[in-house]
Design a protein around this ligand. Structure first.
Ligand SMILES: [Zn+2]
Length: 80
């Protein structure tokens, strides 16, 4: 995530403490906008809303196919 956006997201989480989940700092702008799955980053597979919001969108999404999502997520994990 872009550092400025990361700061805005962190401030948003502080302002809404206890009401919004803390999101992983490596989420992309597409994920924060609700265009891409917040777990694997996919933008083309069918999505369903998750109980989460970001500074950019009140609705975030995950893949309907959680098995495929998990596999994509495992593949796209950047080694520390
Ligand atoms: Zn996914």
């Amino acid at each position: 995530m872009d550092p400025q956006l990361a700061r805005r997201q962190a401030a948003y989480e502080r302002e809404n403490d206890g009401q919004v989940p803390h999101l992983l700092a490596h989420l992309s702008e597409a994920q924060l906008y609700g265009r891409a799955c917040i777990y694997c980053g996919d933008e083309s597979e069918p999505k369903r809303p998750v109980e989460a919001s970001s500074v950019l969108s009140s609705e975030l999404f995950e893949c309907v196919d959680t098995g495929a999502c998990f596999e994509r997520n495992a593949r796209t994990q950047v080694p520390e």
